[in-house]
Design a binder for this molecule. Structure first.
Ligand SMILES: [Zn+2]
Length: 325
């Protein structure tokens, strides 16, 4: 039985495996520019950010209906459960779908079909986090937040993703203020390819409670001290960092040093269909002791947005404590 854990950094669009992509394409009459699943799997071996993004956004064309989004999320939850995930906080990118003429309602209600059944089917509790594409305008982000208003009973928080450099957190100050006023939790990708200053800005200007990636904090000792002092969780994604060249090799990954520094790190899979593995594979990718793996799992439950269900958090922590004993 795998170590029980929470996944806090997972883009649902990044869980689209070649087999499901072809199945949805056939269902929706979409023609993919690949001969078969093997040909498509070959394309998943991209070697830079742009080729990843081209493939990532291109393949979204197969996601059209509520049923498609439900099938996507259900397939992820089954895989996550098999790797020990007990709680998943799932990102989605509404702008990428709205731009294709797919409505907010189709996306959110489709995902919810799977999330609503997840505990019964997979034993995984869930939260949904709506991300803004930071390379789109602040106005587009605000429009997206407004479009989500009828669905806020399904959405726990907001996040910020896509190409980081040149799109500092401050660009989204107003939309994050509006999200806070609506009672939404706040996270943001920061310090992945962007500088440590983006992490500070995400904390100070956007009021984020967790930092997604955040590995470049290690370049700024004062920032590290602050993150340690305030117990700000960081959602690390080792396999993603190597595939997108944020670090050169797994052997160079700063995660062990970050744990050593006292940072509240978690391990997650980001876009697992594209980056070579789900959460358990990310745990296994680094040379971690059993104690470190347990610390990471513990951090994931402590960092989860479970303030409305502390009993559940306590139960997960108790399950972790009992694991392997
Ligand atoms: Zn991400």
């Amino acid at each position: 039985m795998p170590l029980p854990k929470a996944e806090l950094h997972l883009h649902i669009e990044g869980t689209l495996e070649p087999e499901l992509a072809f199945e949805l394409a056939a269902r929706n009459g979409v023609t993919l520019p690949y001969a078969d699943t093997e040909d498509l799997r070959e394309a998943y071996r991209f070697d830079d950010l742009q080729s990843f993004l081209d493939l990532y956004y291109g393949l979204m064309a197969v996601l059209r209906t509520e049923r498609d989004f439900a099938d996507l999320a259900d397939a992820y939850l089954a895989r996550a459960a098999a790797q020990g995930v007990r709680h998943a906080e799932i990102f989605f990118d509404p702008q990428a779908h709205l731009a294709r003429g797919v409505s907010m309602g189709t996306v959110v209600e489709g995902l919810w079909r799977a999330l609503g059944d997840s505990e019964a089917r997979h034993g995984v509790s869930t939260r949904l986090i709506m991300c803004f594409l930071r390379d789109e305008s602040a106005e587009s982000a605000m429009d997206t937040l407004m479009a989500a208003k009828p669905h806020l009973d399904r959405i726990t928080g907001v996040g910020l993703d896509s190409a980081e450099v040149g799109h500092p957190p401050v660009k989204f100050r107003e939309v994050y203020e509006a999200a806070a006023a609506l009672g939404l939790r706040r996270v943001a990708h920061a310090g992945e390819e962007g500088p440590p200053e983006y992490i500070t800005e995400a904390l100070d200007v956007l009021g984020v409670e967790r930092v997604d990636h955040g590995l470049r904090c290690m370049e700024d000792p004062e920032l590290v001290a602050r993150l340690v002092r305030d117990r700000i969780p960081l959602t690390l994604c080792p396999l993603s960092n190597v595939r997108l060249r944020a670090v050169d090799a797994l052997a160079d990954h700063p995660l062990p040093a970050m744990l050593e520094a006292g940072l509240r790190c978690t391990v997650n899979s980001d876009d697992p269909a594209y980056f070579g593995g789900y959460i358990g594979d990310n745990f296994d990718a680094l040379p971690l002791t059993d104690e470190q793996q347990r610390e990471l799992a513990r951090n994931s439950f402590l960092a989860a947005f479970l303030e409305d269900d502390e009993e559940r958090r306590a139960a997960y922590l108790a399950e972790l404590d009992a694991y392997g004993t």
